[in-house]
Design a protein around this ligand. Structure first.
Ligand code: APR
Length: 316
């Protein structure tokens, strides 16, 4: 690293999602980026390529790639995408074990070299990996947050916009719960220029769009065949980085550590948070129907099962 240079954002894992986070962060001029990976040459090559795009795209932020964690020293935000995807034949617990080991190693290094950072976890299974990261890092819970809700809501927003033939910019949504199957959508809080979609389309269409959102990750895996989504996940992480670095305090759905909110504690789950310089500055408690609350609780129980899995294999 150049002497005296301070980088703003570190991406641990320079694969598809990590490199795309870096790309968006540079393009949005959020700051200089460090890409870290265990594979030699991969982060260096991608960082050089991204920096060389600067003159054409009009940004002056730069990226460096490294295999040395000490280069993340001083970063305000550390994004963790290091991990393996779930492969056919792998159980949920297999994935918890494989990625749990990687997250433990990564957190040891973040704790050592960027102890004041806000950490955004992306590695799946998301809420379980957030919990492990929190326990391994020993940071205050507000500084360990997971990315899922912005991605799920972006998918739903894009589907609603296409269905109604309106701009995606006019569509807002809020959803809770775990990433994927256990997502808890809130059609009442999904609006087009302030009008709830429950007034704009029949229930069957809303249900169909929600189903597609729930299965959004799988739809892309089925098309790509090798690998999973990375553009929308990368953009979602970059938006979180922006909220934190610019102290925006926007309300966004993120995986956060509950300490009694929604009558639950000691678990990570997707909830609306106020995201600013300190990380998760507040968890908002929405009024839920009995059905929505039951779905959120089921989602949290599922995460607890994963946490139990971490205990069984001795990672907690
Ligand atoms: N330290 C640093 N990097 C690591 C480590 C480690 N201990 N272990 C693995 N990596 C790196 C790999 O070398 C690889 O470059 O993590 C990167 C992961 O990149 P991809 O395989 O391209 O995966 P990606 O599509 O980016 O997804 C990463 O995000 O959305 C989730 O489920 C997804 O958990 C997965 C993660």
């Amino acid at each position: 690293m150049p002497a005296g240079k301070r980088f703003s954002v570190a991406c641990i894992g320079a694969g598809n999602v990590g490199a795309t986070v870096a790309q968006y962060c540079l393009d949005m001029e959020l700051g200089d980026v460090v890409l870290v990976d265990v594979v030699e040459g991969l982060p260096q090559g991608k960082a050089l390529d991204l920096t060389e795009a600067g003159p054409v795209r009009g940004y002056s932020c730069v990226a460096i790639g490294t295999n040395d964690y000490s280069d993340i020293a001083g970063c305000d935000v550390v994004v963790v995408t290091a991990g393996l995807p779930r492969k056919p034949g792998m159980t949920r617990l297999d994935l918890v074990e494989k990625n749990g080991k990687i997250i433990s190693e990564v957190c040891e290094n973040i704790g050592r070299y960027a102890p004041e950072s806000v950490v955004i976890i992306v590695t799946n299974p998301l809420d379980v990996m957030c919990y492990l990261a929190l326990k391994r890092l020993g940071f205050p819970p507000r500084r360990v947050v997971g990315m899922a809700g912005i991605l799920d809501s972006a998918r739903l927003r894009s589907f609603v916009a296409a269905e109604l033939g309106v701009s995606m910019k006019n569509v807002d949504t809020m959803l809770l719960g775990s990433h994927g199957d256990q997502m808890v959508p809130l059609p009442r809080y999904t609006t087009v220029s302030g009008v709830p979609i429950t007034q704009l389309m029949p229930k069957e269409r809303i249900d169909a769009l929600i189903k597609r959102t729930r299965e959004g990750g799988g739809e892309i895996v089925a098309l790509l065949k090798t690998g999973s989504a990375f553009y929308a996940p990368g953009a979602s992480v970059a938006r979180m980085v922006q909220c934190i670095l610019h102290d925006e305090r926007q309300i966004v759905p993120c995986s956060a550590y509950l300490t009694g909110q929604y009558d639950m504690k000691d678990v990570y789950i997707g909830v609306p948070v106020r995201l600013g310089k300190g990380g998760v500055e507040e968890i908002l408690e929405l009024e839920l129907t009995d059905e929505e609350y039951a779905a959120l609780k089921a989602s949290a129980d599922d995460v607890r099962e994963g946490i139990e899995g971490l205990r069984k294999i001795g990672l907690l």
